[in-house]
Design a protein around this ligand. Structure first.
Ligand code: NAD
Length: 246
């Protein structure tokens, strides 16, 4: 085994022991779903017809061309619909099942794969791609149709429906954010998985946890700005690393 391999092995063992006691927060980003073939925003697959998802994921883009924005979400919903939770999602479900009173799962993902894996009470910072909201009357509901038969979809009131997710520049749902902050402040171990730690305010939770005394674990094959806050960095795919922390 290589030197680096041995270091990762001993870090995995140390993290496994640290998860046996105290409050745990698992904080996930798009990378945990990469092995379920859902593209990340910043990975090699992160482009769609030469548009950057970051430019399409705004209220301004939706206002100027709702059909174009919907074509992207319709495509993404199709990919997510075909996806299954991977061993990374399932490991977090198992961690929660073992210690429900000391585990909180906070996700930036909108794909619903944590719930499909059986995770309960997920704190969802950026909404849910399977819910739609009317920009005129505000009515919100679940919609799993894929592909949509009409783009953009229209509400009963005649208004345009949008995905009920948080776009760049929009406020996070206050109740979800408060839960995430409370859990991060009281975390003993904060595990950031598959996130580039670039999208704020969500990425700020890593700092909040660290400043409140938590040990920070990073699970990611690539470096991130949050690495400097880490007690342990586990370089590798979430689907391989997380099952080994159980
Ligand atoms: P991001 O796209 O900015 O970064 C993805 C991160 O995952 C990168 O750091 C990458 O190195 C890492 N990664 C890639 N493969 C991995 C693997 N197998 N295991 C572990 N890590 C892996 O994602 P982000 O930080 O979540 O921020 C982007 C925003 O995009 C979020 O707000 C999120 O809501 C949204 N988003 C969500 C989905 C989804 O719901 N699945 C998909 C794309 C984007």
């Amino acid at each position: 085994m290589s030197r680096i391999g041995e270091e990762v092995e001993s870090a995995i063992e140390a993290v496994r022991l640290s998860l046996r006691t105290g409050q745990i927060v698992a904080f996930t980003g798009a990378g945990i779903s990469a092995e379920s073939h859902v593209p990340t925003f910043r990975g090699a697959d992160g482009l769609w017809r030469n548009y950057s998802p970051e430019k399409l994921a705004t209220a301004e883009a939706f206002e100027s061309d709702p059909r174009l924005v919907w074509e992207w979400y319709d495509w993404l919903r199709g990919l997510i619909h075909a996806a299954q939770p991977n061993p990374g999602h399932l490991a977090l479900t198992e961690l929660q099942r073992r210690s429900p009173e000391r585990f909180t799962l906070v996700t930036q993902n909108m794909d619903g794969l944590h719930e499909m894996a059986g995770s309960q009470d997920v704190v969802k910072l950026h909404g849910d791609i399977w819910r739609l909201r009317c920009v005129s009357c505000g009515r919100e509901g679940r919609n799993e149709q894929t592909p949509m038969d009409h783009l953009p979809p229209i509400c009963r009131c005649g208004g345009t429906l949008r995905p009920a997710i948080v776009w760049f520049g929009e406020m996070l749902p206050v109740d979800q954010w408060d839960r995430a902050m409370d859990a991060s402040r009281s975390a003993d171990v904060f595990v950031a998985i598959g996130t580039s730690a670039l999208v704020y305010p969500a990425a700020g939770l890593v700092q909040v946890a660290r400043q409140s005394g938590a040990r920070v674990v990073i699970v990611n094959p690539d470096p991130t700005p949050a690495d400097e806050l880490a007690t342990w960095i586990l370089r590798g795919p979430a689907g391989e690393i997380l099952p080994r922390l159980l």
